[in-house]
Design a protein around this ligand. Structure first.
Ligand code: G1P
Length: 296
């Protein structure tokens, strides 16, 4: 199938991050670090690996640290250069964005994820686009969005990342009603945002990676209020199922919910252990810690 390339990604980062107060009183949640990189850097790296060239951040008041993070830092760079710290200069380079490659849009009222995405409508035009929710950090050999872009080349339409969750957890997610299960890819015949306990159509949950057609943006124009009184992205995608245009993609990888404290801690341990420079010392520590917990 010939599909248009996905070159633009939207990163909704307007949330207040209240679950991480007081830390988020003065720093955006997306700047909180997993080992030594802010959450948002993981999402950006994943988008880049998938071929994304334009990055749209939907922000809100109090998020200016995010803009600074992606700007060049001339003083820091020249200090590192003078002291011959080439490795750190390389690390810094990965955070710089070319002028014009990154756009910030304000969502001035918290009306929901669908509304946040809709705020970027004028920049999307008639092109497909990706949406990445930085709270969902996915460790994978091939980055999740890249896996999806490859699958999308075969399906076209709209694609959402999907993962089986425990039945008692479905009420925290968008949940897919499966039309046809083809293994890694499922054809979707319905989607429900945060279904009430016992009413979920399956336990296949939507995880925060999407490839969407511009039609979804048009659907968002209706500003339909959904679960929690919010304008839900799930509903705007669900409007497309009748045309057989929505697919769920069971990605390969481990997802961490960094929007929750427990998920953030799990991700910290997993990413710490995956780092060659930390692995030995950190795993020895965890080992001793686990042993001392047992004897206590
Ligand atoms: C959002 C989406 C939901 C999805 C989830 C994945 O919910 O609305 O459909 O399953 O992200 O993390 P949130 O967690 O922002 O409430």
């Amino acid at each position: 199938m010939r599909v248009k390339k996905v070159l633009t990604a939207i990163f909704p980062v307007a949330g207040l991050g209240t679950r991480f107060l007081p830390a988020t009183k003065s720093i955006p949640k997306e700047i909180m670090t997993l080992v030594d990189r802010p959450l948002i850097q993981y999402a950006i790296d994943e988008a880049r690996a998938a071929g994304i060239k334009e990055f749209i951040f939907v922000t809100s008041r109090g998020k200016s640290a995010l803009e600074d993070y992606f700007d060049s830092a001339p003083e820091l760079e020249s200090t590192l250069k003078k002291s011959g710290k080439e490795d750190l200069l390389e690390v810094l380079k990965g955070t710089n964005m070319d002028s014009g490659a990154i756009v910030y849009i304000r969502q001035n009222r918290p009306l929901g994820l669908g509304h946040a995405v809709w705020c970027a409508r004028r920049l999307i035009g008639d092109e497909p686009f990706a949406v990445l929710l930085p709270d969902d950090v996915i460790a994978a050999e091939k980055p999740c969005l890249q896996q999806m872009v490859e699958a999308y080349a075969e399906t076209g339409g709209n694609m959402v990342a999907a993962m089986e969750v425990a039945p008692e957890r479905t009420s925290s997610y968008g949940v897919l009603n499966i039309g046809e299960d083809m293994g890694q890819i499922v054809k979707v015949k319905g989607m429900v945002e945060k279904p009430k306990a016992g009413t979920a159509p399956s336990n296949l949950a939507v995880i925060g990676r999407y490839i969407l057609s511009p039609k979804v943006m048009t659907n968002l124009n209706r500003m339909k209020q959904g679960t929690g009184g919010e304008i839900q992205l799930t509903d705007a995608i669900a409007d497309e199922v009748a045309d057989g245009n929505v697919f769920g993609y069971r990605f390969c990888g481990q997802r961490y919910d960094c929007g929750s404290k427990a998920g953030f801690l799990q991700a910290t341990v997993a990413f710490g252990l995956s780092r060659p420079d930390l692995r030995d010392e950190f795993s020895a520590y965890l080992h001793d810690m686990a042993a001392s917990q047992k004897t206590a």
